[in-house]
Design a protein around this ligand. Sequence first.
Ligand code: FES
Length: 272
Amino acid sequence: MVEILEARVLNPQITLLKLKAERIAKKVQPGQFVILHQDEKAERIPLTIADSDPQEGTITVIVQAAGESTKRLCALKTGDSIRDVVGPLGQATDFEGAQNICVIGGGVGCAIAYPSAKACHQRGAHVELIAGFKNESLVILKEEMAAIADEFTLISDDGSTGKQGFVTDALKEKLEQGKKYDLVIAIGPIIMMKMVCKVTEAAGIKTLVSLNPIMIDGTGMCGGCRVTVGGKVKFACVDGPDFDGHQVDFDELMQRNRTYMEDHRCHLEEAK
Ligand code: FES
């Protein structure tokens, strides 16, 4: 069993869990993920590691209550336990050599954008961070992101906090101001990553995206997480989750992620 050292509600839909996981904390690199399995009846939930402390032997994950299993995870309290946690899985983010980096997070994707930006900052890169949310009530990790970014831009769809607009508006504005980046990292809803990639492709800026396809085993065996990148089939759990955003078939990914939406909706109805 894996102990929850801290369970903190970040907003009505999102909960932070700090877990005692010494061996994972020693090995994890930015961009890697774990699979949480709350109990025998629960689904296996892949979550990118938002933070880790090898001295303390802890990892932090941030969970969005979307289905029954994630709702149950979000309801856990400090002192509760999780049946098993597997990881670290996947490849670490490759930001070698990049010195001017723009990291863009959307919604709960900021839970992954934050550690990526922090790792870039710790390696001495100039890091600008754009974080976008639907509205003020959904903002997470604002202070943490602002603390590690050389320039932090908060955006909301409705203007209730930060600038009104989308993350792509903020990115375009920066590029129009003459900012130069050798890498953009975009993490958030698929449509957001697709739109960011359109902007960066036109500007000729290398762009990494962190993909979130359906995952089951997380070990490259089941094929559930397959995505098409550069015309080739890749498994996000072993080849990713980061990929060259200009090579990703986002439309196929959106279609595959919608496959079980109706089943998912029925399941949630039954669980009420
Ligand atoms: Fe099964 Fe990736 S989750 S192959």
